[in-house]
Design a protein around this ligand. Structure first.
Ligand SMILES: Nc1ncnc2c1ncn2[C@@H]1O[C@H](COP(=O)(O)OP(=O)(O)OP(=O)(O)O)[C@@H](O)[C@H]1O
Length: 522
C-alpha cells in the first residue's frame, strides 16, 4: 500500500446500492443544446424506466454523447429538463450528478493504472478524509463486494487487470459511489465478445433485481437485441424513434438510424495477393513507455495486394508495433524494409514509399485537437502544391477547398473546415483522419482498429475502402481486436502475444479454438 496508508479508526459508512431501495428512473425532457449556430440536440426526450436497460443508438455525430453530457452536467442544455425519479433536478457539474445517484462509465478506462482497485475507489469519493483508514476501507469494500454478483481483486494494481476486469472495476467504482442510474458510453468496445457478454449480463441482472437503471450507448445491434429492454434512436440531433426492443429488428433500428441513406456494398477481395513482399519486418524489438521490452523480435511480411490481419488481446505489443511503423517509437533491434530499401519511418520515407497510417485513438495520436479540421486534413499535403506556394507560403484557400472536398467525399459531419477538430464527434474525427490517409495513393497501409467507435454504415464504408485499396495493390497491415473483422477482411491472419507473432493461418483454415488459445498466451 502507498504512503497514505496510515491506519486510524474511522466509522464505517453504510453503502447505498445495497440498501434495498429500488433504483430510480431517469427522464430527459425536450433537451435542446446548441453550439454557436449549430443545434446538436433539438428537443430530444428519453425515458429510462426504473430497473431497465435502455439503449441509445444513432450514427456518428447524431448527438448521443451530447445528450449524455447534458444529463451528467458536463453541458448546460439550452432548453429542457432532467428528471431523476419523480424530481426535476438541475445538474450543474458531474459532481452534482454523483450526488443525484448518476454514474458514468466510459469507453476508455479512467482508473489510475498504478493504484490498486481499493486505492482508486477510495480516492474517487466526493470527500476523501485527510487520513485514510485503509483497513476499515478494505472491510467496507469487501462487505460491499459481497453484495455484488461478481468479484474484483481489490488489492491488484489496475494496470495488471485484464480489460474485462478493468471495466468491472469501473462499474464497481460507480456503484461504490452510490450510483443507481448508470450511463455507459460504448462500454464493450475494449472487451472481447465473451467479456462483453459477461459484463452486459451482469448489468442486466442487476437492473432486473431493481438495483440499477442503465442507459447504454452502443453501436452494436447484437448487444441491443440481447441485453436492452427499451431503445431510443437519434438522427441528426433529433429523436428518430423509441420503444421496446422487442418491437424492433436490427433492420428496423438501422433504418431509424440512417433513414433512406444507403450503406456501402461489401467489396470482395479480388484475385490472390501479389508475390512481391512490400513490407518486411524482421526481428523487430522495441520498448514500451516504461522502458520495458514490448516487442520481442517480430517477424512479418506483407505482400502487395495483401491484407495481413494481426489479432491479439490489446496490450500485447500491437500499439508499439504500429508506433514503430508510424515513426512514433524507436526500435531497439531488428529491421523494417519496404521493397528492397530499409525503412525508418521518416516523413520523407513515408512519402516516398506511400506509407499511410491509421493509428488508434486518432484524436490523440493523429491530430492536433485545437487545430481546425482543414489544418488536420492537410498534415500530409501542406508542404506540396497546391497548398504550398513556393517554399514558405501556405495557401489557406487551397487548404479549405481540399478539406471541403474530403468532408463531402468522406461524409465527415462538421460545422465546417474551420471548426477545431476536437469539437467533432469521436466517429467523425475518425472519418476525418481516414479521409486524410486514404484519399491519396497508398502503397502500404497500417491500420489499427480502424472502425473503432464507428456506426454500422461507416464500418461498411471503411471496410469497402480497405478492400478496394488491397485490390489496387496496397499492402495492408490490419491490427484489430475484432476477430470477426479480421476473419472477414484478411488474406492471412497472425496472432500476436507477448510481443511476438505466435500463430499464422488463413481465414479459411482458421481454428477459433487455437486462435483463442494463442491470444490468451497459451
Ligand atoms: N463542444 C462542441 N462544439 C461544437 N460542436 C460540438 C461540440 N460537441 C459536439 N459537437 C457537435 O455535435 C454533434 C453531436 O456530437 P456527439 O459527440 O454528441 O455525437 P455522437 O452521436 O456521440 O457521435 P459518435 O458516435 O461519433 O460518438 C456533432 O456534429 C459534433 O460535431
Amino acid at each position: 500500500m502507498n504512503v497514505m496508508s496510515r491506519i486510524v479508526p474511522q466509522p464505517i459508512i453504510p453503502l447505498g446500492p445495497a440498501d434495498g431501495a429500488p433504483a430510480p428512473g431517469l427522464e430527459a425532457v425536450a433537451i435542446t443544446k446548441r453550439f454557436g449556430a449549430f443545434t446538436a440536440l433539438d428537443a430530444v426526450s428519453l425515458k429510462l424506466r426504473p430497473g431497465t436497460v435502455h439503449a441509445l443508438l444513432g450514427e456518428n455525430g447524431a448527438g448521443k454523447s451530447t445528450l449524455v453530457k447534458c444529463i451528467m452536467g458536463f453541458y448546460r442544455p439550452d432548453e429542457g429538463a432532467v428528471v431523476v425519479g419523480d424530481r426535476e433536478v438541475v445538474i450543474g457539474d458531474p459532481r452534482a450528478a454523483q450526488t443525484h445517484g448518476l454514474g458514468m462509465v466510459y469507453q476508455h478506462f479512467t482508473l489510475v493504472p498504478r493504484m490498486t482497485v481499493l486505492e482508486n475507489l477510495v480516492m474517487a469519493r466526493a470527500s476523501v478524509p485527510a487520513v485514510i483508514d485503509w483497513r476499515a476501507e478494505r472491510r467496507r469494500l469487501a462487505a460491499f463486494l459481497d453484495t455484488m454478483p461478481f468479484t474484483v481483486d481489490v488489492d491488484a494494481p489496475v494496470a495488471t487487470l485484464a480489460a474485462g476486469d478493468k471495466q468491472k472495476a469501473e462499474i464497481v467504482k460507480q456503484l461504490y459511489l452510490d450510483a443507481r442510474v448508470l450511463i455507459l458510453d460504448e462500454p464493450t468496445s475494449v472487451l472481447t465478445p465473451d467479456e462483453a457478454d459477461e459484463m452486459l449480463g451482469l448489468i442486466r441482472g442487476m437492473a432486473l433485481a431493481g438495483r440499477l437503471s442503465v442507459l447504454i450507448i452502443t453501436h452494436k445491434f447484437r448487444e441491443v437485441m440481447a441485453f436492452a429492454d427499451d431503445v431510443t434512436v437519434l438522427r441528426r440531433g433529433r429523436l428518430a424513434g423509441s420503444g421496446a426492443v422487442a418491437d424492433h429488428t436490427p433492420d428496423s433500428l438501422a433504418r431509424l438510424m440512417i433513414g433512406d441513406s444507403s450503406t456501402a456494398v461489401p467489396v470482395e477481395r479480388r484475385g490472390p495477393p501479389g508475390t512481391a513482399a512490400r513490407l518486411r519486418i524482421a526481428g523487430l524489438r522495441a520498448d514500451d513507455d516504461g522502458g520495458l521490452p514490448a516487442l520481442h523480435g517480430v517477424d512479418l511480411t506483407v505482400r502487395m495486394g495483401e491484407i495481413v490481419g494481426v489479432a491479439g488481446v490489446s496490450g500485447n505489443g500491437q500499439v508499439e508495433l504500429v508506433q514503430v511503423l508510424a515513426g512514433q517509437r524507436a526500435a531497439t533491434a531488428g529491421s523494417v524494409s519496404i521493397g528492397d530499401e530499409p525503412y525508418r519511418a521518416t516523413r520523407e520515407e513515408m512519402r516516398r514509399h506511400k506509407v499511410h497510417c491509421l493509428p488508434e485513438e486518432p484524436l490523440r495520436n493523429a491530430c492536433v485537437p485545437g487545430m481546425s479540421v482543414a489544418e488536420n486534413m492537410a498534415f500530409r499535403s501542406f508542404d506540396e502544391p497546391p497548398i504550398a506556394r513556393g517554399r514558405w507560403w501556405l495557401d489557406p484557400a487551397a487548404m479549405r477547398r481540399a478539406a471541403l472536398d474530403l468532408i463531402a467525399r468522406y461524409r465527415v459531419k462538421t460545422t465546417g473546415p474551420d471548426a477545431p477538430i476536437a469539437t467533432l464527434s469521436g466517429g467523425n474525427v475518425q472519418r476525418a483522419v481516414l479521409a486524410r490517409e486514404l484519399s491519396r495513393e497508398v502503397d502500404v497501409l497500417i491500420a489499427a482498429n480502424p472502425v473503432f467507435g464507428l456506426d454500422f454504415a461507416a464500418v461498411a464504408d471503411i471496410h469497402a475502402q480497405i478492400v478496394e485499396a488491397r485490390n489496387r495493390g496496397t499492402a495492408v497491415l490490419l491490427v484489430s481486436e475484432d476477430l470477426d473483422e479480421l476473419l472477414e477482411l484478411s488474406d492471412r491472419l497472425v496472432v500476436m502475444s507477448h510481443g511476438a507473432i505466435v500463430h499464422e493461418t488463413t481465414p479459411a483454415a482458421a481454428d477459433l479454438t487455437v486462435i483463442g488459445r494463442c491470444m490468451a498466451g497459451h
